[in-house]
Structures are given as C-alpha cells and as structure tokens.
Design a protein around this ligand. Structure first.
Ligand SMILES: C[S@@+](CC[C@H](N)C(=O)[O-])C[C@H]1O[C@@H](n2cnc3c(N)ncnc32)[C@H](O)[C@@H]1O
Length: 284
C-alpha cells in the first residue's frame, strides 16, 4: 500500500469509527462554535439559486444544509464524505428540516463518480487527503468551465489559541507527540499558502486567493467552562493525544486544561481566537 493509500485508509477508519461517532454526538456543540465560520464561508461562496454545488467533507452537514437552502429547489447539492455515520446524521437533519435537494454520497473525493458542478465548497474537509493533487485533479475534471471553489481551512496551530491553549496545558502530562512532516495530511494540512498553491495549480486550478478569517470561537458553545473543557478533550488533537493514557494522567490533563481556559471564561462563553484561510480558485 502506498503512503497516500495508507493515509486514506486511516481516514476512512477514523471517520467511520470512534472519531465519526464523536463528531455526530457533539455535532450541535461543534456547529454552534463554528456558526460564525460557517456563515463567513457561505457569504464567501455566494451560492446562487439553481446552482449545482459539491460540498466536500460535508460531515454532519451544517454548511451543506445552508447551501441547499441558498440554491433552492432548482439547484442541487452533493454532500460528499467518507463517513457513513456523519452522512446519516446529515441526511436525518435534512429530512427533519424538509430539505430534499441534497444527495448524500459516501465516497472518497479522489475517486467518486461526479456530476458536473458550478461550485466546490468545503469547511475543513480537504486537508486529510492522502494524495491531494489526485483528489483536486479528479474534482477539477467535473467542474463546469466557469465553476468556482470556496474553502475554509485552519491557519497554523500557533495562530489558533482555541486549540493551542488546551494542547499546551496537557503537554507536561503526556509523552511527546509525533508532530508529523510539515504540510502532511491532517487538521493543519492546508495552513501554508505556498503548499496549497502548489497542490491546486498542479491539479488544474488557478493560483488560489487567500483571505484571512479571524474569529473568536466560543468553544463552550454557550454552555460554560465545563462544556469547553469537555469539548477540548473530546474533539481534535488533544483527544487523540489523551487516548489510552492512564486515568490519573487523563485527570491531571483535564485539570490543567480547565485552569488554562478559565481566564477566557465570560459567563457561559469561553472565547479564544481562531485563525483560518478562506481560499478561492477557479478551473485554470
Ligand atoms: C473536520 S471534519 C469537517 C466536517 C464538516 N464539514 C464540518 O465543518 O462540520 C472533516 C470531514 O472530512 C471528511 N473527509 C476526510 N477525508 C475525506 C475524503 N478523502 N473524501 C471525502 N471526505 C473526506 C471526514 O469524513 C470529515 O467528515
């Protein structure tokens, strides 16, 4: 198996296993934290009535459902993801909201059979590809001639205290974390503009534009400090780092996260800076 295939297989296992289940369980909290980001992406993407949208790595569908509303009954959205449980959650939410113009498709962005689309969107769903040039080339082949792309991705860890603060808090308690090669697939895989430009231009897209998006993220989702601590340990890098640690190490880590987040608590909110790129491009 090539390293790209191995990465993709690991991703399928993670997003269909405990990782995906946790995202489903915490979907309401996560969507609340990310509401300002999702709104910014929607405005940036500017989906129009009647358009055909491909939403990549759509997860539980927070942005997908808003895109479906924006394109209206004459338009269609394909919500593409490798996670069965997250897609099922998205489909259930669509049904509950009476939204019928979404095709929920469980497949890999690099190999899925695609219909032509006018707009490619993704909220934090494109940085995990084992072979990103192959995936973006594949999607480029289905783009209409005047299609556009609108993505939101994290800038580097150091610019994202909402996750850097909890990670620093647990560092003294845990064995050193393998950092991975720079630009390797993962949460911060699209943090570097030169790296992203290299991928997209090699895949047949124009050199992308990068617009910084800075948002104070309420990681408590309005539910107080304990909820912020819980979210920090359940989702993302701290969660994978804590997995398999003895109870006393986990307890000490949680106490340190609580102490580190306390200064940011403001009533029921715990807001820390989040730094992202809004990335746009078109077929070259
Ligand atoms: C961080 S989650 C974001 C989910 C959603 N867009 C949101 O903002 O809540 C990343 C998503 O990308 C999906 N994903 C990862 N690799 C993928 C691939 N090769 N093709 C399609 N989706 C993929 C995962 O299953 C997961 O749902």
């Amino acid at each position: 198996m090539s390293s790209a295939e191995e990465t993709n297989a690991d991703q399928v296992a993670f997003w269909n296993g405990q990782g995906g289940q946790t995202w489903v369980k915490r979907q309401h909290h996560t969507d609340t934290t990310l509401t300002p980001v999702n709104e910014a992406l929607l405005a940036f993407a500017g989906a129009q009535p009647g358009e055909r949208v491909l939403d990549v790595g759509c997860g539980c569908g927070a942005v997908t459902l808003d895109l479906a509303r924006a394109v209206g009954p004459e338009g269609r959205v394909t919500g593409l993801d490798i996670s069965g449980p997250m897609l099922a959650e998205g489909a259930a939410r669509a049904a509950a909201a009476g939204i019928a113009n979404v095709d929920w498709r469980e497949a890999d962005a690099a190999s899925v059979e695609l219909d032509e689309f006018d707009l490619l969107t993704s909220a934090f769903g494109v940085m995990f590809f084992g072979d990103p040039v192959a995936a973006f080339s594949h999607m480029r082949a289905a783009a209409s001639p005047d299609a556009r792309m609108a993505l939101v991705c994290w800038r580097p860890l150091a610019e994202n205290p909402w996750i850097e603060v909890p990670m620093s808090a647990v560092t003294p308690h845990l064995p050193p974390r393998s950092k991975g090669a720079p630009n390797s697939p993962g949460m911060f895989g699209f943090a570097g503009p030169d790296h992203v430009t290299g991928i997209l231009t090699a895949a047949g897209w124009t050199a992308p534009k990068f617009e910084p998006l800075d948002v104070a993220l309420d990681i408590a989702a309005g539910n107080g400090l304990d909820a912020a601590v819980e979210q920090s340990t359940q989702i993302g890098a701290v969660n994978s780092w804590l997995r398999g640690q003895p109870d006393e190490v986990a307890a000490a880590s949680v106490a340190s996260i609580r102490a580190a987040l306390e200064p940011y608590a403001d009533g029921d909110h715990v807001r820390l800076p989040g730094a992202m790129w809004l990335i746009s491009s078109t077929p070259a």
